[in-house]
Design a protein around this ligand. Sequence first.
Ligand code: AMP
Length: 470
Amino acid sequence: MYCKINDKFKDECGVFGIFGTKEASVLTTLGLHSLQHRGQEGAGIVSFDGKAFHSVRKQGLVGDNFNNKDILSNLPGKTAIGHVRYSTTGESKPENLQPFFANLAIGGFACAHNGNLTNTYSIKKQLVESGSIFQTSSDTEIILQLVARSKKKKIIDKLIDTLQQIKGAYSLVILTNKKLIGVRDPFGIRPLVLGNKNGSPVLASETCALDMIGAKYVRDIENGEIIVITEDGMKSIKPFKKIPERPCIFERIYFASPDSIIGNKTVYTYRKALGEQLAIENNIIADVVVPIPDSGVSAAIGFSQNSKIPFELGIIRSHYVGRTFIEPSQTIRQFGVKLKHSVNRSCIENKKVILIDDSIVRGTTASKIVKMVYEAGAKEVHLGISCPPILHPDFYGIDTPNYNQLIASQSSLKKMTKLVGAKSLFFLSLDGTYKAMGCEKRNSETPQFTDHCFTGEYPIDIAEILKLNR
Ligand code: AMP
C-alpha cells in the first residue's frame, strides 16, 4: 500500500511564532495557551538558538505539559514556533503532533499548519512511489517532503514550488535557521495575523494570542501571502494570482475565541449580532432566554436584547471537562454532555424557555439539554440556533462528521425538532447570517466567505476527499 487509504487528514489547530526575542519559547507557550480552544489534544514547540533546533511535542494540554523551568532549558533560543492540535477519531498519535521538523540539505525546517489540504492523497501517492518515506498520517508532512525534494535553490523558492502543488486550506508558520515565515492559502480560509512584541514580529492564528503576550496587532496576513521575517526586516511575497478572499464563516460562528478581532470587530460582536438577527427573524413568546454555554452565550445575549426576553443562566457548564467532540465514541460523547452541563432549576421551573446555541452538528448536545430542561420543570422548550442548518461537512480544517452523522443533512426540520425533543426548533437564515457579519447580502457570484457547511459550495475542489471517504 502506498499509504493508508482511510487516513483522515483532519485537524483543528492553532499556530504561533515569534522572532528575535529573549524567552521566545515562554512567549510561544503563552500564545499557545490562549489558542488552546483551537485544539486540546496536544501541543508542540520548536525553537532555534542560533546553532541548533530544539523540539518538544506532548499530548495533552499546554498548561499540563509546558512549565516555565523546562521550557527555558529544553527550548532555548530567540525564535520559536508552536502548534496546538485536535484531530478526529483514530488519529490521536504522538507522531502527528506538530510542529514537524526536518533536517533538509539546505538546513533545518520546522512547520506548523492549521487547515486541511485537499489533494494530500494524490501527492502522497506520487511521493511514496518515488521513494519518500512518511513518518506520520498527517497532511502537513507532504509540505516538508515537497520542500525537501524541490529542485529550487533558495528556501523561499522551494516553499513557493511546494505551495503551487498543494491545494486546500493552510495557514502555516515556518521556522528555518534564519527566517520566520507565515503563509496563508490563496482563499485565506483559516486565519493568521501579524503582531509585534516590543519590536519582535509575532505570527498567530488569532489576536487573542497577541493580547496574551502583550503584543500589538499589526495586520492580517493576506490571502495568498507569504511573509518572510529575518534579522533584516520583513518581506511580503504574493506568488499566486490575486483572488477574492473567502475566510471560513465558521471561525466567526463557532471556532475563534470571542475576544479575538477579525475584520476590526471582536468575534463576540458577530456572535451577538447573529443572536439579534435570529430574534428579528423569529418572534417566539417565552419567559426566559437561556444560552447553552459556552458556545451559545454571545448569541443568547443578542437574542435577549433584541427580543426583550430576560437572559438567564439556566444551564451551568462545568469547566473541568473538555469539548464533547473530544470523546471518540458516540456513547461516551453522550455521557460527556451530561458531565458538562447541569440545569439551574430556579431559572427554568414553570417557564417557557428559549434555549440558544450557536450550531447543531450531530444533535447530541441539543437533545440532552432539551430533555434536562424539561425534566427541570420547564413548561415549553424552544431551541434557537444562531446559524443555518449544517448540511455539509467541512474539509478545510474544522472537524465535522460525515453527511450521515450531520443531523440537518439527514432530517427535515420537523424530524429534527422531534429528535431534539423541543416544542419548536428554528435556525438563522443564510441572509441573516451574512447581515450579522456586516454584509449587506451574500454575494452569490463570489460569496464573501466560504460557507460550504450551509450551502455545499466548496471553493476548493474536494472530489479527492469524497472519493476516499466513500
Ligand atoms: P452536537 O452535539 O454534535 O450537535 O454539537 C453541537 C455543539 O458542538 C454546539 O454546542 C457547538 O457549539 C459545538 N460545535 C459545533 N461545531 C463544532 C466543532 N467543529 N468542534 C467541536 N464542537 C463543535
